[in-house]
Design a binder for this molecule. Structure first.
Ligand code: PMP
Ligand code: GLN
Length: 389
């Protein structure tokens, strides 16, 4: 039979988590909380699975409606209005997905055609490149630069060609923690409007903002009509394993996403969805408490990394801080990540893994000397990592 090789290499997050397990290292690599998520939200899903029906009496162990539990779609719509002043029709302008990951995949696969170009700011979340390839399109990257890692509209405009179909934007940003201000978002929307480019905005860290304010692209002038917004309960409610996400936007764009989602998974976990609906409705206290805890964790890790000589960028949002290891004489953070796991017992993610590989082998990768460290971990774990470093 034909010889089969994997389409993609193993992803960096699993690879680094395996490395941490192998060396008993503290894992500041993969971004997930080392807690179990709020007990009251977990209890809702557990009870739904046990009894067979969710809070609204919907079946909890059989297929959910393809576009998502109507209660969750209403809760997403109310959330968009409460937090961002957006009016979103829960029946026509929301689709529930299996995590933001499926939302991104379904959006790209439905909107991008072979030969199209997709523009993303670099570094970027790894699935963007993988799905762009699956769609038969070409990823064009625009570099973000230290110290603020904010997108530059002129550089974006220079990267757009007549083949550009969509801009992938991520604010708050993984891995740098940058939050794009409303004025800059408006200029980005203007560039996209000039060139008839759609926007896929990944806003999964919308509730993990410590300095400044997150504004959805969809809420700035001209933004709504050309933007699909992706978010996820995984990050907001510390339930990354539940994989409950959603995509919102104009009905024709959401219809396109659903047309693909129906053949990726058909529908997403029915016991989780009503529980997340309640979390969106009643979770303001949890979100505020979590924000405070993560702000403290960020400050703790930034101070610890500074005392270890690592010069961290203070992130305004998200789960991560990034550091340039060049001042320590390290030019290849990917090699250093393996060495640190073995010799120091601490794992981070080389930022180059969130960049396009260099066009010619041997050429240095973008941000080759930068490392990402997760602070969505308990204070004792962060303290142990710092002391080992
Ligand atoms: N986008 C970004 C920027 C992320 O950091 C993550 C987290 N893994 C995702 C998308 C995927 O989210 P989910 O776990 O809901 O699929
Ligand atoms: N978003 C998380 C990160 O960037 C986890 C991603 C994953 O494990 N696929 O680390």
């Amino acid at each position: 039979r034909p010889r089969v090789t994997p389409l993609h290499p193993p992803n960096v997050f699993e690879t680094m988590t395996r490395l941490a397990l192998r060396h008993g290292a503290v894992n500041l690599g993969q971004g997930f909380p080392d807690t179990d998520g709020p007990p009251w939200i977990r209890a809702l899903a557990a009870e739904a699975i046990r009894s067979g029906s969710g809070p609204a009496g919907t079946p909890a162990n059989q297929y959910a409606p393809g576009r998502g539990d109507p209660g969750l779609r209403r809760a997403v719509s109310a959330h968009q209005h409460r937090h961002h002043g957006l009016s979103v029709d829960p029946d026509r302008e929301v689709v529930v997905t299996t995590g933001a990951t499926e939302g991104i995949a379904a959006a790209l696969l439905s909107l991008v055609r072979p030969g199209d170009e997709v523009v993303a700011f670099e570094p970027f979340y790894d699935s963007y490149a993988a799905i762009t390839t699956l769609a038969g399109a070409r990823l064009v990257t625009v570099p973000l630069a230290a110290p603020d890692f904010l997108p530059e509209p002129a550089a974006l405009e220079a990267a757009i060609s007549p083949r550009t179909r969509i801009l992938l934007l991520n604010t708050p940003h993984n891995p740098t923690g940058a939050v794009v201000p409303a004025e800059l978002l408006t200029r980005i929307v203007e560039v996209c409007a000039r060139h008839e480019v759609l926007i896929l905005s990944d806003e999964v860290y919308e509730h993990l903002v410590y300095d400044g304010t997150h504004r959805p692209v969809a809420s700035v002038p001209g933004g709504w009509d050309r933007t699909l917004t992706v978010s996820s309960a995984g990050k907001s409610f510390s339930l990354t394993g539940w994989k409950v996400g959603w995509v919102t936007g104009p009905a024709d764009l959401v219809d396109a996403v659903y047309s693909v989602k129906q053949f990726l998974t058909y529908s997403s976990g029915p016991a989780y969805q009503p529980a997340i609906a309640r979390a969106l409705e009643d979770g303001a206290g949890f979100l505020a408490e979590q924000r405070g805890a993560y702000r403290a964790a960020r400050d703790e890790l930034v101070a610890g990394l500074s005392s270890a000589g690592l010069h961290p960028v203070v992130p305004a949002a998200g789960y991560f801080t990034v550091t340039d290891l060049a001042p320590l004489g390290v030019s290849d953070a990917a090699a250093a990540a393996t060495e640190l796991a073995e010799r120091a017992g601490v794992v981070g993610i080389p930022v180059s893994a969130l960049c396009r590989p260099p066009a010619t082998p041997g050429e240095p990768a973008p941000l080759a000397s930068w490392m990402r460290w997760a602070f969505c971990k308990s204070p004792a774990v962060l303290a142990e990592a710092v002391s080992r470093l």
